[in-house]
Design a protein around this ligand. Structure first.
Ligand SMILES: *[C@@H]1O[C@H](CO)[C@@H](O)[C@H](O)[C@H]1NC(C)=O
Ligand SMILES: *[C@@H]1O[C@H](CO)[C@@H](O)[C@H](O)[C@H]1NC(C)=O
Ligand SMILES: *[C@@H]1O[C@H](CO)[C@@H](O)[C@H](O)[C@H]1NC(C)=O
Ligand SMILES: *[C@@H]1O[C@H](CO)[C@@H](O)[C@H](O)[C@H]1NC(C)=O
Ligand SMILES: *[C@@H]1O[C@H](CO)[C@@H](O)[C@H](O)[C@H]1NC(C)=O
Ligand SMILES: *[C@@H]1O[C@H](CO)[C@@H](O)[C@H](O)[C@H]1NC(C)=O
Ligand SMILES: *[C@@H]1O[C@H](CO)[C@@H](O)[C@H](O)[C@H]1NC(C)=O
Ligand SMILES: [Cu+2]
Length: 585
């Protein structure tokens, strides 16, 4: 018996372990009308004439081909597959100006990559802050070998997201402008679940469900809870965790959780679940804003759908305490430590920007990947990537630590492309900069939680670690779209020479054709100079710093009064104007 069983197992092993499929999606992106909160019918970015856009669902090991056609007519676009490592396919990662050129109206672009990681992800445009206009959907990677597969009967995908009635390009123009010197972010108009409201989720008694929960929002984090049902967290951002109980989640923009929920045995009631936007993020909460969206676990269609009970306080689960199922130990030897201090401030155009170490990100003339691929041995020189890309060049295989100090009173969810990182430390709010003499690495957890998007608390800090084992150009940025636009972005250039070996000669013609269509150069330094890589003249830069001696408000008032004199109106009040602006939107 023992012998026949083991020979059976051996013969199984000789078969190909997984028969990988090629999964093809043809995505024709165009404007369609939608009114998901019942308050405003508006054009949204749909796929194949429909919105919400379809989920991408594959199995670990599959090769995925997404043929993107841009039929928007009046906007360029791109797609990013959030959380996928794109190991060997950095050119398929999606951020415009980083790994590709934008896809102009009428053009096409094929994404083609193999997915070798399980879990809950999503895809969205990574161009001009436009995904909140609708181009965002789940990306689910099923795993026949999930350690939790015997713990549940069925799975259900739920997305939460904030929603705006206005176009992102219009909101962004108002956000980064002299009329908004304090940098107040536009406040969402509604909260949605599965891009709608009042969602019924059919539940069968006694079954256990895996809920894959994704925050696809632009800005707001969501508190999420299910009344009278507790959750067991089994995955964060694609990383399996030891099952851990939670009553309420705090899901920042771009984060994901998979939770097990066991249904009750009786069908004598239905139960509300709620997503509630974290209003601490909003400078001013507009009158009449409903931060909540409700859905129901429906056991019986004939029973009431009860109003959610009001809760007195939000007490979410602390994700820092999670332990990865694979028990990967902490990288205890750091080869390369990088300290980034973020803050918000005005530049001399009067608008408000976001900075890492006093530099606000500006997209280079040449997408950074193409700079890597066209500069030979000089690709390891950080200088060639320009003055405004916050470049961090990493050597192959090194263990990297990023210390991020939040010198801002806001909460920010930081995302690293190409990796899930170990979360070795996160301070409480108001802790100031990370101080190793107060919190030495010996106090870090031995099996730290890993994820790809992590919240830093107001005026606090985080410390993350990862191994530079994935050659590529990977953004590290705040996932609040407003802050991406105002420059809270760094460029991690990982093993540039290894990347050249992988990709030189392998950039598909359709990728380069999109650059040609937009007259974007694809060689040379950040300024497109191929002759002298250290000459960055003509590069894209940010507005200038405010001259010493001027306060931010002073320069804003000055620029505004020049503008006002020029157009012949009186200066009323700078801050009054920002209110007018917010109300008209
Ligand atoms: C683009 O087209 C949509 C749909 O026709 C329209 O509503 C929107 O205002 C246009 N946007 C721009 C920037 O022209
Ligand atoms: C996708 O990439 C694979 C591997 O590089 C290649 O064999 C295949 O032809 C590509 N498919 C498409 C549609 O580009
Ligand atoms: C929510 O939307 C996703 C697709 O985005 C779909 O797969 C899922 O079934 C929906 N969930 C419910 C409960 O309708
Ligand atoms: C439902 O009934 C089963 C079998 O009697 C029991 O094991 C389980 O704990 C019950 N579930 C709940 C949520 O009460
Ligand atoms: C949203 O939910 C919270 C928490 O239960 C509650 O305090 C608040 O009153 C709700 N707001 C609205 C507009 O329903
Ligand atoms: C990328 O692939 C290499 C080898 O194929 C592997 O060693 C490395 O761990 C992978 N990196 C990531 C982030 O998956
Ligand atoms: C590359 O760097 C070397 C050494 O610093 C320098 O001599 C050479 O001019 C650089 N190449 C270009 C094209 O700038
Ligand atoms: Cu932010």
């Amino acid at each position: 018996m023992a012998i026949s069983l083991s020979s059976f197992l051996i013969s199984l092993c000789l078969l190909p372990a997984v028969i990988a499929d090629v999964v093809v999606y043809d995505f024709d992106v165009s404007w369609v009308y939608a009114n998901p909160d019942g308050l405003a019918n508006r054009p949204v970015m749909g796929i194949n004439g429909k919105w919400p856009v379809p989920p991408i669902v594959v199995t670990k090991g599959d090769q995925v081909v997404v043929n993107l056609k841009n039929s928007l007519g009046n906007e360029s676009t791109s797609l990013h597959f959030h959380g996928l490592y794109q190991n060997g396919t950095n050119h398929m990662d999606g951020p415009v100006g980083v790994t590709q050129c934008t896809v102009p109206p009428g053009n096409s672009f094929t994404y083609n990559f193999t997915v070798d990681q399980p879990g809950t992800y999503w895809y969205h445009s990574h161009n001009k802050g436009q995904y909140p206009d609708g181009l965002r959907g789940p990306f689910i990677v099923n795993d026949p070998e999930s350690p939790h597969k015997n713990l549940y009967d069925e799975e259900i995908v739920l997305t939460f997201s904030d929603w705006y009635h206005d176009f992102m390009n219009e909101l962004l123009a108002g956000f980064i402008s002299i009329s908004n010197p304090s940098g107040a972010e536009p406040v969402p108009d509604s909260s949605l679940v599965n891009e709608t409201r009042d969602l019924s989720v059919k539940i069968e008694p006694g079954k256990t469900y895996l809920f894959r929960i994704i925050n696809m929002g632009a800005f707001a984090a969501q508190y999420v809870w299910f009344e009278d049902h507790s959750m067991s967290i089994v995955e964060v951002d694609g990383i399996y965790t030891e099952p851990t109980d939670a009553d309420m989640l705090y899901i920042a923009a771009a984060q994901r959780y998979s939770v097990l929920i066991t249904a009750k045995n009786s069908t004598d009631a239905n139960f509300a679940f709620v997503g509630s936007m974290d209003q601490d993020l909003f400078d001013v909460v507009p009158d009449g804003l409903n931060p909540n969206v409700t859905g129901w676990l429906v056991y019986d269609d004939n029973m009431d759908l009860p109003e959610p009970k009001e809760i007195a306080e939000f007490e979410p689960f602390d994700d820092f305490t999670l332990v990865p199922d694979d028990q990967e130990g902490i990288y205890d030897h750091v080869d390369h430590s990088v300290e980034l201090t973020m803050k918000m401030d005005n530049l001399d155009d009067g608008a408000n920007y976001a900075f890492f170490n006093d530099v606000t990100y500006v997209s280079p003339k040449v997408p950074t990947l193409y700079t890597v691929l066209s500069t030979g041995p000089n690709a390891t020189n950080p200088a060639i990537y320009g003055s405004n890309t916050n470049q961090i060049v990493l050597a192959a295989g090194e263990v990297v630590e990023i210390i991020l100090n939040n010198d801002d009173p806001g909460k920010h969810p930081f995302h690293l492309h190409g990796h899930a990182f170990q979360v070795v430390y996160r301070s409480d709010e108001e802790a100031g900069a990370y101080d190793a003499s107060v919190t030495p690495s010996s106090s870090f957890p031995s099996t730290p939680m890993r994820r790809d998007t992590l919240l830093v608390h107001p005026n606090g800090n985080i410390v993350i670690r990862f191994r530079a084992d994935n050659p590529g150009v990977w953004l590290f940025h705040c996932h609040i779209e407003w802050h991406v636009a105002s420059g809270l972005v760094a460029t991690v250039i990982e093993d540039p020479l290894g990347l050249q070996k992988q990709l030189n000669g392998n950039i598909p013609a359709d990728h380069l054709a999109n650059c040609a269509a937009g007259s974007v150069p694809t060689a040379g330094n950040a300024a497109g100079n191929t002759e002298d890589l250290l000459d960055l003249s003509g590069e894209n830069t940010s507005p200038g710093k405010i001259p010493a001696g001027f306060t931010a408000r002073g320069i804003v008032a000055l620029v505004f009064s020049i503008l006002a004199a020029f157009i012949g109106v009186a200066v009323i009040a700078v801050y009054g104007m920002s209110e007018v602006k917010n109300k008209t939107h």
